[in-house]
Structure formats: C-alpha cells, structure tokens
Ligand binder design. Sequence first.
Ligand SMILES: *Cc1c(COP(=O)(O)O)cnc(C)c1O
Length: 381
Amino acid sequence: MRPTWAEVRLDHIADNFHYIKGLVSAETKILAAIKADAYGHGAVPIATRLEKEGIDWFGVALAEEGIKLREAGISMPILCLGGFWRLDQAKDCVNHQLTPAIYRRDMLDTLASAAQEAGRAVAYHLKIDTGMGRLGITMDELPTFLEHARRFPNLQMDGVMTHLASADEPDKNEFTKFQLANFQQAKVMLTNAGFQPTFHHSANSAGTFNWPAAHGNLVRAGGLLYGFRDATAPEIDKIAVKPALSLHSRIILLKHVPANKPLGYGNSYLTKRDSLIATLPIGYDDGLRRAYSNCGRVIVRGSFAPIVGRVSMDLTLIDVTDVADVQLGDEALLLGSAQDLTITAEEMGHMIGTISYEVTCALTGRVPRFFLNQPDDKPIC
Ligand SMILES: *Cc1c(COP(=O)(O)O)cnc(C)c1O
C-alpha cells in the first residue's frame, strides 16, 4: 500500500454526538446525517459506533446508502432524505425498513403500491418546502397533498420535516423565522386534517446550535458530528466539537533544486532559492483538489510546508527547505493536528472557496480509512 491514508477517530465522533445531545432537551432525538458515506468519513463504522453510543436515527440521501447500512447490521431507524424516484426504489425502502421523505404527491401512489406488495403499512416523513426552494411540498400545495394522503390507509405519515436554508447566517435570521413560521402553520394544517406525525423536525447542525425553536423532537446533525465548526457559524469559537478525520501521506522523494527552476506541470512555480523539494504520493484523484496548486500547505516535523507547483493526479510537491532535519519517509499531515499545528477542513475549504463539507466529501475511495477507537490507536502506514 502506498503511504497515503486517512484516520477517522470514532471516539471524537462519539464525543461530538454527546456534545450535540447536550445542546437539545432530553426528549429530543438525534438523527446522525451519514449520507455520502458519512461526508467522506465512512458510514458503516460510524453508524456502528453511534448505535453503541445511543443514537436514535440515521439519515442517508439514497436508498442504496441505507441498504448498505442494513447489510452491515445497522438496526436503528433510517430516514432516506432523498426519498425515491421509481417504484423499485420505493420497494427497496420498504424491504429494508428505510423511511422515505416524501416531497411530491405522486410519491404517495408509488409508496402505496410498494406497501401493498409488502402486505403491510409503511411509514414516511412528509417534507415541506418552507423556503429552501428545494425538496418539499410547498405551502400552497399542502392542502391538496393532504387531501390525497388521506386516501392511503396503508401509508402512515410518521414525521413532518423541513430544511432551513440559512440557519448559520445571522444576517438572514428573518428568513429563518419566516421558514419556522411556515413550518408551524404547516403543522397546524396537518393537525386540522387529522394527521398526527410522531416526529417533527427542521434543524440541521446550524439549526441545532443556533435555533432551539427549530429543534422539534428530532434534530438532524451532520457537520457538528464530524467536528466541522463552520457548520454552525457565527459563534464558531464557542463550539466544542472535535474534528474526526485526518489525512496523511509520506515523503517518497527528496530533491535539491537550485534557484529559478520550474516545478511540475505548466511550470507554474519557480524556485526562489536553493530549495529542498519533497514528493508526496497523493493527488487530485485522492481528493486533494487541483485548486490547492501553489496555495495549500501540509505539516511536516512540526512545520508548515507549502504545496509548490500544480497538484497532479497522483503526486504533489511540497517545499521542505525550512523543515529541520527532514527525511525520506517523513509523515506529511494534510488535514489534522500534529504537535501544536493544525490544518482544519474549514481552513482547507476556505482556501479554495468552499466549505469543510466539500473537503472531506472529496476524498475518494482510493484513500484507505483507518477507524480508531481511542487516542493511542495508530495504524501502521
Ligand atoms: C445533510 C442534511 C442535514 C445535515 O446537515 P448538517 O449541516 O451537516 O448538519 C440535515 N437535513 C437534511 C435534509 C440534510 O440533507
């Protein structure tokens, strides 16, 4: 195996989960958003650990993500946030006990067919579009939706949900209040139409942290669970979550390069001095985005070393001229903490105009993940 890997600290995820529990009332359940392979971290080991910690729900985007969890022995409720697109996918949800989010009237007909075939009643969560403009029944469509929903005795509306567009942006507080007011109104319409869903929920990580009024009796946390603090801006420094994922590689070549020599594709970097340049076996096919060319940095032996030249598909160059006593085989930390230096996913995202979420989601299957249960666990790489 080439020396490039990620470590995922399950103990940090567990700590973050308990931290989230401390943000909500004792009656409020927690859904761990583990779609997209737990934002690139690895869904199955995380779900397995969270079940032991007492998680209530999991959230996935796609039925196949939920099936993978069921096949790994995960038994807690799973909300399929993306619902389904066709009858066979609705059947997948029914057959694997995945609760779909419903956001179109005709999805009721499809789900009812799947339920009939399975010979039992099936639960769903109704998603309301209160202002996000994405998935959900709009406030205008709600009366006709509810009229239609009454026709299916084998479908049970067990939850009602909405999604907040800007719970992390204080200058859009009025919009969040507008969404929450719409949601309140939608719940009244449900009650009046005779529906009594068990769960009502609207908070993502930002809503969980900033908007207690959005908690309902279930919060849906993703970013906070992984230790992303930009998930919940503005009070970023008050948030005591721990990043769970670190990204590592090792120096596979060290080379002295005189001043004024180009490095890498496109001659995009010229050495400014006699330099010591190291090659790392990681590139954009691993998810180290090409946008980090000449702007990213890594940690080697307790110093920052800048990325120089273009990040290529499998390889990246760093300038280690100022790293004392650097050796072939030294570890390079691309994301994480070593000694007293840290590179967070937030910082990496910020550098290239994106957010922490996209940084870890970008890591590909080519990077092996090692799941560590306690601080002194360490893979041999
Ligand atoms: C992904 C997702 C979440 C979690 O969002 P975070 O910002 O990661 O906490 C919550 N709700 C829905 C509908 C989602 O798709």
